[in-house]
Structures are given as C-alpha cells and as structure tokens.
Design a protein around this ligand. Structure first.
Ligand SMILES: [Zn+2]
Length: 302
C-alpha cells in the first residue's frame, strides 16, 4: 500500500515523482479503492502509482455500447461527432485511416462516408462485430493496440486516438508506434484530457477527467510536444479550443452538478444547470491552454 508521502519514479523518464492527488472512482463508483496519482517533477507526466490488477472490471459491459442499427447511429450518434471528421479533413483529405479505441464506431462511420479506407482497433467485441458486420469496417478486437501495431506493416495517412491514449499502460509506446506507422505526410490526431486545465486545479480529485482508475496517465501539452519532436513529427496544431475540447469543459460542470441529484428528474435539471454554468465559465476556461482537454494534430514529414 502506498503512503501519501511516498516517492516513486516516473515510468517514462525515471525522474522523481510526487503525489499530486488521491481519489476513488467518482465517475462510475465501481469500488471505494483509493488511487494515488503522481506527477513527475522532471517531465510532468501524471500517472496512477497503484493501478488496479482488475482494470477491465472498471469498464464493464456498458462502457462501449454498440448501436442497435446503422439508422440510429447516423441519426443520433453521428451529429455529435461530426466535428471530429471536419477536423481530420482539414488536415488530410483521403487515404487509409486507423482509429485506435474506436468504441461504438461513430467516427469510423463518418470517416468511411468521407471516403477514407477505415481500419479500427477496439476492445469491446460487440462493437467490433457491429463495425465488421454492419458497417463494413476492418475492425480488430484488442485491448492492447501496441501489440497489434507491433506486428503490422500497414502505413496510414491518418491515425486517430479520441480520448484513448490516457487509458493505455505505456502511452509513449503507443505514440511512438503510431508515429512510425504513418505514411509520409500522414497525420496523428490525439485528443486527451489536459492535466493543467483551469478546472483541474479547482476541483482536484473531484475533476471527472482524472477518471480514476481508468485514466492511467494524463499527458501535459508540453509533454506531447516534446514526444512529437523526439518522434520526428511536426506540430500542425495543439489546441484546447476545438469543438470537442470545449464540450468537455461544459461536461465537467454538468456531470459534477448531476452527481448531487436525488432522482432522475433532479439529475436532469442539474445536468442542464451544469451546462449553463459551463457556458458562463467559457471566458475563463475557453482560453487557449486552459481547457479540460486538447486535440493535437501532428504530421510526419514527407
Ligand atoms: Zn517523467
């Protein structure tokens, strides 16, 4: 058992790490176990020093849930994720695209409709089946995308990780493999929580984007920038102001207020109040670098 004052080494750079916060699974309440998040004093990477052995149990069968029909996916799911394909299309118009952590396949569907040859890696077998059988996407079932890429000689024009990399045991390994799996002029798109967000400092262990213990790591913007440089990728853009990142700001307040609700009706009211609060706070957390999440668009040179 780790004590609060324990010092451990950074699993990435070996630097001295100090405890940044401790908390339990406030988002899903799977157990009351307390997890300790540490911050490396050298590279600033955040990591859970005592990740659970039974991590799959913290996801559960409903974490990624397949759509029952393609019609529902197109009507309900697709409008919410259209900003993602718009963002990718601004950087890359066509080619072979891989999504890592494709979940229910909504983004894959949009990429397919935009003309990409879409491949996917996803841990949920039902989602993988839906993508393969109903959507005609080449989806592979695995909770170890590093192992999948290690034995693949495919080269991709775009590789996307939408809020996936923070769930992986060695995010730098995932990053390096993705970088080396890009075709010349290919783009790597990574969206992930911003540990230096304004609201993260305010809410500390109550910040939902810590998502203990599912978020094994939180990657500061400067850390991603440094890894991109070491991997030979150019930075097209790293922003906390894209549509998805701005939504995660409001999500924080909605989900925090909703947790105070006593019944379904109260929870809905508080959720909407939280969205309003998020809109009011936009002048503060809508500033570049201050938001709850960021999206990095990185490019392999020709
Ligand atoms: Zn470090």
């Amino acid at each position: 058992m780790l004590k609060g004052r324990a010092q451990v080494s950074c699993p990435y750079c070996g630097g001295k790490a100090v405890r940044s916060l401790s908390g339990s699974d406030i988002n899903r309440g799977v157990t009351d176990v307390v997890f300790h998040q540490f911050r490396c004093t050298k590279c600033r990477l955040r990591f859970i020093a005592n990740p659970p052995d039974n991590l799959p149990e913290y996801y559960g069968s409903e974490y990624n849930y397949p759509w029952t029909t393609l019609e529902n996916l197109d009507r309900i799911g697709a409008p919410l994720e259209r900003y993602k394909i718009d963002l990718v299309l601004a950087a890359k118009k066509s080619g072979k695209l891989l999504e890592i952590g494709a979940s229910d396949g909504v983004f894959c569907r949009l990429a397919q409709q935009a003309g990409f040859d879409v491949h996917a890696i996803e841990m949920n077998q039902a989602c993988v089946n839906f993508m393969n059988d109903t959507m005609g996407i080449r989806a592979v079932q695995s909770d170890d995308p590093v192992a999948v890429l290690e034995v693949s000689d495919e080269r991709y024009d775009a590789i996307c990780l939408w809020h996936t990399i923070e769930h992986l045991p060695e995010p730098w390994r995932m990053f390096e493999l993705a970088a080396s799996s890009l075709a010349p002029d290919g783009v790597l798109v990574i969206a992930t929580p911003n540990p230096d967000a304004w609201q993260a400092r305010l809410l500390r262990a109550r910040w939902p984007h810590h998502d203990l213990p599912r978020h094994l790591y939180l990657l500061p913007i400067a850390w991603i920038r440094d890894l991109a440089r070491k991997s030979g990728l150019a930075v097209d853009d790293i922003t906390t102001r894209d549509e998805g990142s701005l939504f995660w700001n409001k999500f924080t307040w909605a989900t925090t207020l909703r947790s105070w609700g006593k019944d379904a009706r109260g929870k809905t009211k508080l959720w909407n109040a939280g969205l309003s609060l998020g809109r009011m706070l936009n002048p503060l957390e809508g500033r570049e670098g201050a938001g709850a999440a960021y999206t990095a668009i990185l490019r392999r040179p020709h």
